[in-house]
Design a protein. Sequence first.
Length: 222
Amino acid sequence: MTDGTATVEVQGEILRLHPDRAVIWPRLRTVIVADTHFGKTGHFGRHGIAVPAGTDEADRERLNRLMLTTGARRLIILGDFLHAPLAPGSRDALDLESWARGLEPAMIHVVAGNHDAGAREPWCDRLHWWERELLDPPFRFIHNADHVGPDARPLFALSGHVHPVVRLRNLPKRAPRIPVFWQRAAGLVLPSFGLFTGGYAVTRRAGERVFAAGPIGVVPFW
């Protein structure tokens, strides 16, 4: 694709994997991301840990650009929207509320992740929270796909939580790791959208596919 995306087909639906670590569902004009971890820099700073400034603002701008360029009318965040609870009226909360209102009339759905525990304060009525999962057949939107019960409906899961990455071969251990989309039999794990996050190095397994999210395009890695 000329826009740097890679296309996968799942149960008759087309999904576009975007180099900005997002999935686009064109038919329903939906942008899907995972693990934004908003407020992480502020949380670390309040605990005396030096961290890079401006990452939250940069991530919000990336989301704005994605919504604008794709013409999306819905944003789904697959958990860990926040890194830690925010106090209503705090600087981080006000910045996020202003950002969310700026996306109107687009709907913003947040599936609660483990970092979102205790975060559902009514400081922003633009956010539609889902306690465990959001079902929109043929997809299940969930934070951690490993928490899907054995009796769950057989829907293809789009999830986060893992922050999948790969490390290029023959490079030092400290070499930068590349965020990836990790396609498994029953679902697709998205890379973390937040720029200030870690990662879990995935290994090759039979029947799985990995797409690397590079700076200018998404390419099959294995």
